[in-house]
Design a protein around this ligand. Structure first.
Ligand code: BDR
Ligand code: CA
Length: 304
């Protein structure tokens, strides 16, 4: 995979500590132009994750528009990650002054896709796939406007929502399967890999010492949310893969999601071969973490 010089994209997310680190990294990257942030219920109810997205944008001095998305999975009741891992899903940062735009995220995304040229839109999916799943159910032809999806989700080994399912896929397996069964090219960053990407205490110290707003935000979140215990920065791996693709290994094939019901709900299956999915299978961990911290702390590199 080769890096492009300027990457325009929309980030669909459910912040979330690791979504926040991902947004901070994207904000610090001169190669990236973040056109919009759309939210989706997952880590917490839609009002809370949208509020978090707005707070993160304010902390990073981002003017990027924020649109609120789906409040519940396509077919079932929402079971937020706070119900599994505790907490109330509110990030410990200053509440935002501005609100989300009044246009719902699904309308915004549909409009963007309708106006886009074929094979032109890049979307980073950092939460459950409900927004895009709902759009493709109504207008499957819009899939051809998407150049690539970068998705955090899935687990071939142990899960985090259940023994076998990763949270984003488990929260809305019907939406996930709808998206994955289209012919869209997807780069999938699975939990098997992201759970190993944990900043060291040295990294946290570097962040805490930096005056850069992105570093301050990340230090505050990583230190406060984890009581000093470094935590995996799952969603940030997606942005890192866009920026430094050569640090990652992948295998081509086809991914599918068990739609349940039953204990296998949300479980990921991968069939290697000639499919539309690129499953990320490895990362050069130390260079990746060093680059992540360097970007978040780089002098003279302001958030946009
Ligand atoms: C994923 O689930 C969410 O809780 C995180 O933000 C991440 O997107 C990890 O399974
Ligand atoms: Ca997320």
């Amino acid at each position: 995979m080769r890096a492009r010089s300027k990457i325009a994209m929309i980030v669909d997310c459910d912040p979330g500590l690791d979504d926040a680190i991902a947004l901070a990294l994207a904000a610090c990257a001169p190669e990236i132009e973040m056109e919009a942030i759309t939210t989706v219920a997952g880590n917490a109810p839609i009002e809370r994750v949208t509020d978090n997205a707005l707070s993160i944008a304010a902390a990073l001095a981002l003017k990027t528009p924020v649109y609120a998305g789906a409040a519940a999975p396509l077919r079932e009741k929402a079971h937020y990650s706070t119900m599994i891992w505790g907490g109330n899903g509110s990030l410990p940062i200053k509440r935002p002054r501005r609100g989300a735009l009044t246009e719902p995220a699904m309308d915004f995304l549909t409009r963007k896709l309708e106006q886009a040229e074929e094979n032109s839109l890049l979307l980073c999916m950092l939460g459950p796939l409900t927004n895009l799943g709902a759009i493709l159910l109504r207008k499957p032809e819009l899939s051809r406007k998407i150049s690539r999806l970068m998705i955090m989700g899935g687990a071939l080994g142990a899960g985090n929502a259940t023994r076998s399912a990763e949270f984003n896929m488990w929260f809305d397996p019907h939406a996930a399967q709808r998206v994955l069964s289209s012919d869209i090219t997807c780069v999938i960053m699975p939990l098997d890999l992201t759970r190993t990407v944990i900043p060291t205490s040295q990294h946290l110290k570097k962040l805490a010492r930096s005056e850069h707003p992105a570093a301050q935000l990340c230090a505050k979140l990583l230190l406060s949310q984890t009581e000093g215990q470094p935590e995996a920065v799952h969603d940030a791996c997606v942005i890192g893969c866009l920026l430094w693709p050569d640090l990652f290994d992948f295998e081509r094939g086809t991914l599918s999601i068990n739609m349940g019901p039953g204990p296998a709900r949300g479980q990921t299956r991968f069939a290697p071969g000639d499919g539309p999915h690129m499953l990320i299978t490895g990362v050069e961990l130390t260079p990746f973490l060093d680059k992540l911290i360097w970007r978040l702390t780089a002098k003279g590199m302001r958030a946009k």
